[in-house]
Design a protein around this ligand. Structure first.
Ligand SMILES: C[S@@+](CC[C@H](N)C(=O)[O-])C[C@H]1O[C@@H](n2cnc3c(N)ncnc32)[C@H](O)[C@@H]1O
Length: 386
């Protein structure tokens, strides 16, 4: 049996009869569970709690929403001014979630959740639209297959289910491991695509301490049970950085493995990853001072920051710092500009300063003042709201 089919069958069955021990269910804040019907509550196949990191008013996307528990909790945290979209591949899981939706809306007094059918590695393609099309135009020959591929490409391009940059936060609970190895990087790329610049992903998933052996990867039951598709912990983090996300932060890492199979330890982690603001949003001519407590640190762009030292930074560094968790550890400075003539030969100045007039009484020295970006960016929670 293929891994795809094994995942479909396992979660169809688990949508009808709760399967205890499938993943490692979580203790969510009980205040959010009161409005959720029992049918949903018992079908809890997560392994962490990404949802508690949401903020009121945010547009959240839940990857692999299953019976909808995480979405219905998220609905209450983002509140009536926010929205939640749950995406799942499995019709039976979607049916459980949609059945519960009117009741949750009635109990909350507002409805801000919707569910859609898509693969999380291909979030532009609306699979329910495709299903309806296939009902009317079944694939009978190779030409039909070619036409279907063309339609899918048109749909992705002209009416993407989840458009580029349309989401503030992507969350997911115990799903990324289920995506086929050859599509895993597409999945990370999709997370980066749908996030708005400055948005973030908060993901709980199962990771392994060493690479899962090939024989174990070929076992459909272990795969659908959230073991075999788990990425080795560092590779999991690399997936986000390779997709262009920065500021990778491990928010929670279970000390004890959830399970040990053969030689391999499987444990739950919750990580955050940030999408840098776009180039246009970011001014240049900045420097950074790292506040400590470490003597020096390196961020995902490769920039090394030395505690207490004024380090000129590139636009990419600035975008990465403004995107998220680095900002609270830094002072961001801006070169003082003077009119009308540069006081320093422009060829020696860093990062685009050559075109500017820079105030400096000593040749070779740039004077910086605090930048408004850093002050505006740090919120009481320590997160970046820009
Ligand atoms: C382990 S369950 C987690 C469900 C839910 N997040 C929770 O916390 O209860 C995995 C869910 O992901 C869905 N799924 C698996 N692979 C998927 C894919 N490639 N695209 C979309 N959904 C997928 C399954 O149908 C299932 O509902």
């Amino acid at each position: 049996m293929s891994i795809d089919r094994a995942v479909q069958q396992r979660y169809s069955a688990a949508s009808e009869v709760a399967e205890p021990g499938l993943c490692c269910p979580v203790d969510y804040d009980p205040q959010y569970l009161k409005v959720i019907p029992a049918d949903v509550l018992e079908k809890d196949y997560g392994c962490g709690d990404p949802v508690s990191y949401l903020q009121p008013g945010e547009r959240a996307l839940d990857l692999g929403s299953g019976a909808g528990k995480v979405c219905f909790i998220a609905a209450q945290i983002v509140g009536p001014s926010g929205t939640v979209i749950g995406v799942d591949l499995n019709d039976d899981m979607l049916a459980v979630a949609r059945r519960a939706q009117p009741e949750v809306t009635r109990r909350l007094g507002y409805g801000n959740v919707s569910f859609a059918k898509a693969r999380i590695e291909d979030l532009a393609l609306d699979l329910e639209f495709l299903d309806r099309h296939l009902d009317r135009h079944p694939v009978r020959c190779h030409d039909d297959l070619v036409r279907l591929d063309e339609l899918a490409d048109r749909l992705r391009r002209d009416s993407p289910l989840i458009p580029d940059g349309s989401v503030d936060v992507v969350i997911s609970n115990c799903v990324l491991n289920l995506v086929a190895p050859q599509r895993k990087q597409d999945m990370f790329a999709e997370i980066a695509r749908v996030l708005r610049p400055g948005g973030r992903a908060v993901i709980s998933d199962i990771v392994s301490d060493i690479d899962v052996p090939t024989a174990m990867q070929a076992d459909p039951h272990l795969w659908s049970g959230c073991y075999s598709g788990a990425l080795q912990e560092e590779r999991f983090l690399d997936g986000f950085t390779r997709a262009g996300l920065t500021g990778l932060t491990i928010l929670k890492r279970e000390a004890r493995p959830w399970e040990t199979v053969g030689d391999v330890e499987f444990r739950s982690v919750t990580v955050a990853a940030y999408k840098p603001p776009t180039r246009e949003d970011t001014p240049t001519r900045h420097a950074v001072v790292y506040r400590g407590p470490f003597a020096a640190v390196t961020i995902d762009t490769g920039l090394q920051m030395i505690r207490g030292r004024v380090v000129p930074i590139s636009p990419d560094d600035l975008r990465a710092i403004l995107a998220g968790p680095y900002v609270e550890h830094t002072y961001i400075l801006e070169a003082e500009l003077a009119d009308p003539e540069p006081q320093q030969p422009s060829s020696t100045l860093p990062f685009g300063l050559s075109a500017l007039s820079v105030r400096a009484s000593t040749p070779g020295r740039i004077r910086y003042r605090p930048s408004t970006e850093s002050a505006a960016c740090v919120q009481p929670s320590g997160t970046c709201g820009c």
